[in-house]
Design a protein around this ligand. Sequence first.
Ligand SMILES: *Cc1c(COP(=O)(O)O)cnc(C)c1O
Length: 379
Amino acid sequence: MNKIDIDRLGHIVTPAYVVDKRLLMKNLETLDYVQKQTSAKILLALKGFSMYHVFPLIGEYLAGITASSLYEARLGFEEMGKEVHIYAPVFKESEFEEIMTYCEHMVFNSPAQYKQYKERALAKGKECAIRLNPEYSEITTEIYDPCAINSRLGTVASQIKASDLDGLSGLHFHTMCEHNSDTLDRTMKVIEEKFGQYFYQMKWINFGGGHHITRADYDIELLIKVIRHIQTKYDVEVYLEPGEAIALNTGFLVTEVLDIVSYGMDIAIIDASAACHMPDVIEMPYRPEIIGSGKPGEYAHTYRIGGMTCLAGDIVSDYSFEKPLKVGDKLIFTDMAHYTMVKNNTFNGVGLPSIMTMDADTIELVKAFGYNDYKGRLS
Ligand SMILES: *Cc1c(COP(=O)(O)O)cnc(C)c1O
């Protein structure tokens, strides 16, 4: 981010998530390149990024959205209005009819779930699929590994009978997380070996999410090669449904230093919270970057950055700065668009950051939150 944009962000009311539309469009151009080179269709996985203010912009490039629940399906249907796919580990009888009003592509987790809803779905012309578990994943963080031992996500080859596939239009797998295309290439070899025989009778194959397509070192040409291989060998359409890749490196969380305390080390307390506003920092866990900072000890002044909740572990991480921090300084966290707004919460009664967009000329407040957003989900 250049100096001018940093100065502009220094003047907004904090805390706020700011999505830079120029960066979002750059990602969308990259994804569209893959679509144009392959005729594969790319969907936005709402689980990762549901900022519907920019759905019209995203819809100019992508084929639609994929949902993991009734509400996500409705949001995608109402706010983008293109293809709406859904996969959920389980569908609830009481929600199924409404889900069918929004979705034309439906992915079931198991042959049993497909069997339960098949007749109604096919009667309405829905294109159905089953999620596969190839028992091969390169994810090392266990809570993100859908192929871990005893996983409930997807169906393994030994549990599929040819008759289970009757009436299906597609097959689906999702086994990646922030991976490059060499992982897809290796995964696909396992999948073809285990399930390739079924591909010939399908209209489409959905490669799931976890493709880090918009990362600088991502090998797009290998992705294109794998897609083309599946398209030509089996005569199927290919879908990809990344969440993170759409919003990767497009958003900032702008915060302010409210106090600095010292106990063993200097600790700056900000008007945001790791636990509430960037929960993946604690859950994943990972260390987000702050513009103008370095690793602890890299510059002269090292601080621990802590959140404003009473949770002792509400710590972002340790950072160093060239100049001492002072109350009122703005700290800009990078890469805060995906898996932030969709996961934040009002624990401790802490308010939600505003949502904003920026481009070359303007910074626009899209939404500010208040007491009612906290009270509204309690009683
Ligand atoms: C989470 C998820 C995605 C999106 O994953 P990203 O890592 O954000 O690209 C896509 N499909 C399914 C089934 C998912 O569970």
